[in-house]
Design a protein around this ligand. Structure first.
Ligand code: NAD
Ligand code: DAU
Length: 347
């Protein structure tokens, strides 16, 4: 099997690539990534010399390049993760999200339709629970919840989901889609809440909490997401959607306080010292109140369940950041400084 993973140098993608390379030595795994600010080959150092791993640098928006890559390689399956992924960046600059998430996805769908080995594999599109919009205090998103995206990011992901489904219906393309809740774990770019809080606590910088910190997210350890992706790639039913989530809802402020408590202990600080860094700042525009996933379809059909408890996962994650502060420094030099200044100095 020849499998193309897009966005394999990013946060989730690197965990997926590692799992496929190590778990399927007979499969050839190609990682196509543009290496934007969010993509980093350091994330895959441990597997870069494996014989079944191949890296290709390229942009999914470059149609001619994508066509020739598919023509040359005739991939059996595609696992499509490449995207602009950060909601705040989509508010300050939506165009890149429309380009990559919508047009980039269309390029891949068409190239796979024309040159992919569609009688053998599938086009697997990785998406987000944010396409469903927001929940109130109760309820969960299921696979039949209506789409109601609220941010430019989620609207672009919703559009890409619709394209994937349309290519299935119109061109008979074998596709599958999964919509997952918030991931956390190692190699998470420090623009997102959990790694940003860990970084700022370590550096004794203010911790920006949007609004009153009451918004709720359903957190899943990234390796549990990668395991679900592996299952769906190999056993998911063509034409179906699967929701993936952690059954692990937290208010932002509670998760921030938890990270502060753990780090006080690990860094031998006075209990309560780090939480003094918490600073409530102007809310995110259009901020979705709550997400929660009903993953029972995936559990019943394919036998998936999260293996890592939140207590274990958050401890592993914090330990990884403590041990890899050089990684954090490298990814947050340059462009990140400018981004951080723009996002947070006026808030
Ligand atoms: P990320 O931002 O960490 O990584 C994205 C990767 O895509 C990077 O390696 C980047 O270089 C690459 N990329 C971006 N534009 C590209 C282009 N035009 N051509 C080729 N490569 C390009 O994102 P992530 O958090 O790992 O998310 C991966 C996917 O999973 C996305 O599709 C996202 O919508 C989805 N998702 C993420 C989460 C989450 O909590 N992070 C949850 C559900 C779904
Ligand atoms: O639900 C899945 C989605 O989760 C993915 O599709 C996205 O790619 C991923 O980025 C994530 O989106 P969120 O917007 O939920 O994640 P983020 O880490 O940006 O924010 C989590 C919550 O924390 C959200 O309610 C906003 C809040 N927040 C975030 C940042 C960066 C803060 O309070 N302060 C911050 O500085």
């Amino acid at each position: 099997m020849k499998i193309l993973v897009t966005g394999g140098a990013g946060f989730i993608g690197s965990h997926v690539v590692r799992r496929l390379v190590n778990g399927y030595p007979d499969h050839q795994i190609y990682n196509l990534d543009k290496l934007t600010y969010a993509g980093n080959l350091e994330n895959l150092k441990d597997i870069e010399s494996k014989q079944n791993y191949h890296f290709v640098k390229g942009d999914i928006c470059d149609e001619a390049f994508i066509v020739s890559l598919f023509e040359e390689n005739k991939f059996d399956s595609v696992v499509h993760l490449a995207a602009e992924s950060h909601v705040d960046r989509s508010i300050s600059g939506p165009k890149a999200f429309l380009q990559t998430n919508i047009l980039g996805t269309a390029n891949l769908l068409d190239a796979y339709r024309l040159y992919g080995n569609i009688s053998v594999g599938k086009f697997y599109h990785i998406s987000t629970d944010e396409v469903y919009g927001e929940l109130g205090e109760t309820g969960k998103f299921t696979e039949t919840t209506c789409y109601k995206p609220n941010s430019p990011y989620s609207a672009s992901k919703a559009s890409s989901d619709h394209l994937v489904r349309a290519w299935h219906k119109t061109f008979n393309l074998p596709v599958v889609i999964s919509n997952c809740s918030n991931n956390y774990g190692s190699n998470h770019f420090p623009e997102k809440l959990i790694p940003l809080v860990i970084k700022n606590v370590i550096e004794r910088k203010p911790i920006p909490v949007y609004g009153e910190g009451k918004n709720v997210r359903d957190w899943l350890f990234v390796e549990d997401h990668a395991a679900a992706i592996d299952l769906i790639l190999h056993h998911g039913r063509v034409g179906e959607t699967y929701n993936i989530g952690g059954e692990n809802e937290w208010q932002n402020i509670e998760i921030v306080k938890l990270i502060c408590r753990i780090l006080d202990e690990k860094l031998n600080r006075r209990i309560g010292e780090s939480s003094e860094l918490i600073t409530f700042v102007k809310d995110r525009a259009g901020h979705d109140f709550r997400y929660a996933i009903d993953a029972s379809k995936l559990k019943m059909e394919l036998g998936w369940k999260p293996e890592v408890t939140f207590e274990e996962g958050i401890e592993k994650t914090i330990d990884w950041y403590l041990k890899n502060q050089d990684w954090v420094q490298r990814v947050s030099s340059g462009e990140y400084q400018h981004y951080y200044e723009q996002q947070y100095s006026q808030r």
